[in-house]
Design a protein around this ligand. Structure first.
Ligand code: 9WN
Length: 450
């Protein structure tokens, strides 16, 4: 495997920094950044959090704006929608678009904006962590603009929604109700749960994604038919979590780990603005105990998602189960066990490119198809941050080096085939560029350890 220094003969850092910045400038719409001009021409929730982490090194002010644009589309019940639609983009450029979600009408009772069109589902809560790190990049500018006092109430409401209406299992964890919500859309972990869903009729929708990439790299038509059915049912119940008969309800390790890391960030934000940080720290501690109690598997040495419809743990080994490495205060025994799993045959750290999204040894592994095996840059960034926090500096350094090499060589690909490192999905993908800028800035995630 060639390294970052070898693939980029002269001034590798400058060249990478320049091209990553160009990607972000090219994908900026004036108020936010699209993940990709072609495939994803609107604003996505967890993308914007990752993008802000890179933008903070280019323009802290623009990073703040990125997050505040997203937060301006927050619903009255606290949810941050997973897509904020850009009205200037033609209908049909992305499916499912505003006509499908109908947020202003179907989401009215849940407090959706009458003016800003959004989806009705959510994505992982990386936002408070991103807001805190954006502030830390330039505290003086942040204070001058009153950034933290403005975003704090919205971020707190977002966490209250997840900890309240979304604690469907009643055990202190947030649930996801659609495979798009954990962000790892077609993970094999969801196969059994999705198989129970009656697909929407063929021909009742038209996919836009296949115009921009190879069908072999994307979810299947049958996956889409089930995604559409689940979203339709939620919409037709007013996006009301209590009223919707959720046929897909899962406690996902990564989603909850990010909520915990963000809850600690909210405590830091509260301290910085003179609010009471105590409730945030207590909630983070309670959620950590719930995460370990409900999802940790000491035999497999990984966190497994839990299917709330059957009540059973989902047996598959997904990168999601490693991301709790980012949880501040995770017991060291669990951190060490996760690091061993990462080096083992299922994830092959150092022997493949980055961290595969799914178990390399499983029959369902597919190195090309989206979240069924390919390595993604946002999960690599999270695992890198978690390893650094756990004191696993050598592994963190290796992953950082691989990240920068692959990001540059692949032209900021959306994801990679883990064995060859070949680019998959689309190129000039925003979070790949943003997180490369972030890793370029600091040799290891110095702010990861608490
Ligand atoms: C559905 C935007 C998003 C990411 C997700 C990724 C993909 C959308 C899609 O793109 O999902 O939300 O159309 O496939 O799976 O993680 O946020 O980049």
């Amino acid at each position: 495997m060639t390294t970052f220094a070898e693939t980029t003969a002269t001034a590798p850092c400058d060249s990478l920094r320049r091209s990553a910045t160009q990607v972000l400038l090219g994908n900026w719409t004036g108020a936010a950044t699209v993940p990709s001009r072609a495939l994803y021409p609107h604003q996505w929730s967890w993308d914007s959090a990752f993008i802000a982490l890179g933008l903070r090194h280019v323009s802290p002010r623009r990073a703040q704006r990125e997050l505040e644009t997203l937060l301006s589309a927050q619903w009255g019940d606290g949810r941050i929608p997973h897509i904020v639609f850009n009205p200037a983009v033609p209908d049909g450029a992305y499916f499912p678009g505003p006509d499908f979600w109908r947020s202003a009408t179907a989401g009215r009772a849940a407090g959706a904006s009458p003016f800003i069109q959004t989806s009705g589902i959510v994505q992982p809560p990386v936002h408070a962590l991103a807001a805190w790190l954006v502030h830390a990049a330039d505290p003086a500018e942040s204070r001058r603009r009153g950034f933290l006092p403005r975003v704090y109430p919205r971020l707190a409401a977002w966490h209250r929604y997840l900890g309240g209406a979304r604690d469907l299992g009643g055990g202190g964890l947030a649930s996801v109700v659609h495979p798009w919500e954990p962000g790892l859309d077609n993970s094999p972990c969801w196969d059994a749960a999705l198989a129970r869903i009656e697909p929407a009729p063929p021909g009742s929708f038209v996919r836009a994604d296949l115009r921009h990439g190879s069908a072999a790299d994307r979810p299947t038509d049958l996956d889409y038919a089930r995604y559409v059915r689940l979203a339709t049912t939620y919409r037709d119940h007013g996006y009301d979590d209590a009223r919707t008969p959720h046929a897909f309800a899962v406690e996902d390790p990564s989603f909850n780990a990010l909520l915990i890391a963000s809850e600690y960030a909210l405590a830091d934000i509260a301290d910085a603005i003179g609010a009471d940080a105590g409730p945030h720290r207590r909630r983070a501690e309670a959620a950590t105990a719930a995460l370990i109690g409900r999802l940790w598997d000491p035999v497999d040495a990984i966190f497994h998602a839990r299917d709330l419809v059957t009540g059973a743990a989902i047996a598959g080994h997904s990168v999601s189960g490693l991301i709790p490495l980012v949880v501040p205060g995770l017991p060291a025994t669990i951190g060490k066990a996760l690091a061993r799993t990462l080096h083992g045959p299922r994830f092959g750290l150092g022997r493949v490119h980055l961290v595969p999204s799914y178990d390399l040894t499983a029959p369902e592994f597919d190195g090309n198809r989206y979240w069924r095996g390919p390595s993604w840059f946002n999960t690599a960034w999270l695992v890198h941050r978690g390893l650094a926090a756990q004191g696993e500096e050598e592994a963190a350094g290796l992953l950082r080096e691989q990240f920068l090499t692959s990001a540059h060589r692949s032209e900021f690909a959306e994801y990679l085939e883990p064995y060859t490192g070949d680019a998959r999905g689309i190129l000039r993908f925003s979070w790949t560029a943003a997180l490369a800028l972030d890793l370029l800035h600091a040799p290891v995630a110095q702010d990861a350890a608490r």
